[in-house]
Write a protein that binds this ligand. Sequence first.
Ligand code: 5GP
Ligand code: ZN
Length: 139
Amino acid sequence: MDNCIFCKIIKGEIPSFKVYEDELVYAFEDINPITEGHTLIIPKKHSQDLWEIEAESLTAVHLASKKIMDAIKKVLKPTGVVAMQLNGKSVGQAVFHYHLHLMPRYEDTPPLPVARWELTPGNMDKIRETTEKIKAALR
Ligand code: 5GP
Ligand code: ZN
């Protein structure tokens, strides 16, 4: 896609710190790393988000994430890694080319706010109603 920064990165028109590449996937370091080793994994075929991405690309991105997770664990020794992926402007997606973030956390890094929300029991009737709505839409 012409105006997409990540497509330009794949084509080499914008430089990047590449860590991994295969037929379907490209992975590189985020230039605004939240911690050391913050890596983005993207499909070579442009798609905007999880709604748009095809199964082949999605599978390839997530299989590559496992390889990169193993490498990050080996060399950076994080205490844990957040795998995060945003869909939609309203939730903060800034680049509209599907990407999976790998964000290592270390002894001195606090949990991400998104991974630590207050647990409040829901209304079971409402949860049941929502379950039925989603199940019906899946048919
Ligand atoms: P989003 O909010 O869409 O999930 O995250 C987009 C990410 O892309 C951000 O973490 C941002 O730092 C990263 N990013 C944006 N432009 C570039 C770029 O030109 N090169 C690299 N390596 N990362 C970028
Ligand atoms: Zn793109």
